[in-house]
Design a protein around this ligand. Structure first.
Ligand code: NAP
Length: 248
């Protein structure tokens, strides 16, 4: 296997996946609107997947906080699956989120979208690996759960087991190489923590003295341990302290 396509290659994790794949001397094909491939319309996908051995879908089609995040995600996913099937791509790796398997969390429209995308992948007949990732350390200031104002930051009290996005990127490339098998796998960080504590640690690292207000999450499952690593999950370093040290 030497040719890998990355949907969402210009995004925050996509860039790290590209870097990881290039470090492994893989030939990278970037799929994003800015590189001439549109998941929503399907434009450019089939051509770019010619002679590709594996594709990683790490895209974010549409706004995850919109009232309906589901339709664009599913349309983009189906277009990619159709093009990958037609190009006879050997493996599709989908980046999903740990927790989307929980019925309660499917009341969160973005998680519902990813759960339904997983089903599209599993029903597609393509050889596939679904990688459910925990939140990343970079989630510390994610607008899905954290709002930043001039004099304070409000962080929802999610209970998570975050990993470095770079470690998840490495895991996705390994998955594309077939190292994590077929079906569904989960990758999480080494330690459980409350999101407000993560937000506080990242602000402190930036010498940002704004206080962090703790807010109840909109769904109980976000704060009750549902998002922690399930049995059998692969745990990847670094720890939060090591990750912060590396940012210096
Ligand atoms: N944040 C976390 O802690 C976390 C944890 C676990 C899983 N995840 C998953 O990771 C996903 C990716 O996150 P991210 O932060 O890397 O997203 P991001 O920075 O917003 O990147 C989105 C990528 O998708 C591409 N894209 C958007 N619309 C497209 C379209 N119509 N056609 C082709 N490409 C399109 C964008 O490129 P163009 O704009 O150039 O098209 C960009 O490369 C999330 O959606 C989430 O499901 C996140």
């Amino acid at each position: 296997m030497n040719r890998i396509a990355i949907a969402g290659a210009t995004g925050s994790i996509g860039k790290l996946i590209v870097e990881e794949a290039e470090n492994k001397d893989l030939d990278v094909v970037a799929l994003s609107r800015s590189t001439g491939a549109d998941l929503l319309t399907g434009e450019g996908l089939r051509e770019k997947l010619t002679d590709v051995d594996a594709v990683i879908d790490a895209s974010q089609v549409g706004d995850p906080t919109a009232d309906d995040p589901v339709s664009p995600i599913l349309r983009g996913a189906q277009n990619l699956l159709d093009a990958a099937g037609s190009a006879k791509v050997g493996r599709l790796v989908m980046l999903s989120i740990n927790g989307v398997q929980d019925a309660g969390l499917q009341n969160f429209p973005f998680y519902d979208a990813r759960a339904r995308q997983e089903k599209l992948v599993l029903d597609s007949g393509l050889t596939s690996t679904i990688v459910r990732s925990s939140q990343w350390f970079e989630f510390a200031l994610n607008p899905a759960a954290v709002s930043v104002a001039d004099h304070e930051v409000t962080s929802q009290d999610w209970y998570i087991q975050p990993a470095a996005a770079a470690s998840v990127a490495r895991y996705l490339v390994e998955a594309a190489l077939g190292e994590h098998g077929d079906g569904v796998v989960t990758v999480c960080g080494p330690d459980a923590m409350r999101l407000p504590a993560l937000t506080e640690a990242v602000l402190a690292h930036r010498d940002d003295a704004r206080p962090v207000e703790i807010q109840e999450p909109p769904l109980a499952g976000l704060g009750d341990g549902t998002l922690l690593a399930p049995a059998g999950a692969d745990l990847v370093g670094p720890t939060l302290d090591q990750w912060l040290d590396d940012l210096r």
